[in-house]
Design a protein around this ligand. Sequence first.
Ligand SMILES: N[C@@H](CCC(=O)N[C@@H](CS)C(=O)NCC(=O)O)C(=O)O
Ligand SMILES: [Fe+2]
Length: 350
Amino acid sequence: MLFRQLFDHVSSTYSYLLADETTRRAVLVDPVFEKHLRDAALIRELDLTLVYTLDTHCHADHVTGAWLMRDALGSAIGLSPVYHAKNVDLPLVHGTIVRFGAESLEVRATPGHTPGCVSLVTARHDMVFTGDALLVRGAGRTDFQEGDAHRLFQSVREQLFSLPDACVVYPGHDYEGRTSSTIGEERRHNPRIGGAAREEDFVGYMTNLALPHPKQMAVAVPANLRAGEPEDGHAPPAPDWGPIVMTYAGLPEVAADWVAHHRADVHVLDVRAPSELDGELGHLDGAQCIPLDELRARLAEVPTDKPVVVVCQTGRRSALGTLILGKAGVARVANLAGGMVGWRDSGLPS
Ligand SMILES: N[C@@H](CCC(=O)N[C@@H](CS)C(=O)NCC(=O)O)C(=O)O
Ligand SMILES: [Fe+2]
């Protein structure tokens, strides 16, 4: 199975992309709203079809990217029906098997952090996505959103600690950079619920955590009750000057074919050495030449009345050029995907 662990450093949230290698059908566990372009880019670059987003619970600390992914990619939204949230396509009830190609995840109800928390277990019982029920050497707080430490104790002991020792635990968050654990390890070493901890020990620990409320809580909970649909029903605006594609590397790119048909609407900046512009690949008519080595010192020479398309031989040096312009505050800028080699290979004139 294809597997990627993704991180949002603002809320310390992990998202997980899982896919069947053959059919390329994929699910995304706990997507983050602000990371939707990154996630969509990875899905596109790995040639996957996103079938479902699966939220382990109604989060209090970040807004889910579920609605945005459905809006962009047509994926169905999975969440527990306990919250009566809007926009849910697949109610994640205990025992549901979520299938994607030959792979599947089993839903186990693990309430306690919130009443609708679920964990997702692979068919081979070798991985479990625990959301905030069980964290690495921790457990989700139970002091808001109808949290209940007694229920969480039962959930972890019955639904999670019953999995094989070697089953890898992938948590919903980690605040110390720890990425995973195993059931055996948490059963032995979890300071809240491991070892010989009894229910009253766990409850005593959880009721005295005294954590401040999550910073985004007032915004996140109502938004998550709409599966992350913005209040106005619209996705954040995309660049309006062309079909800009954001890559997983965080680079805005534009296709050669579009540039060829909109040459007069953009400013072309070629960051190769001057001698290269007259080489076998040629250059685009009217291109401004500033070699990459000089770009930072000569930013003021780049006109910004039109969107800027940055060009080089294969789109690598111009990628850095694009990032340099973006950091300098040029909002409408994109890399020419594939560079002049791609341009020539597409049969476009230079
Ligand atoms: N400081 C974080 C809050 C972190 C937090 O409360 N996380 C919840 C999960 S939604 C939790 O259960 N934390 C358990 C812990 O930190 O021990 C923020 O402002 O977002
Ligand atoms: Fe949570």
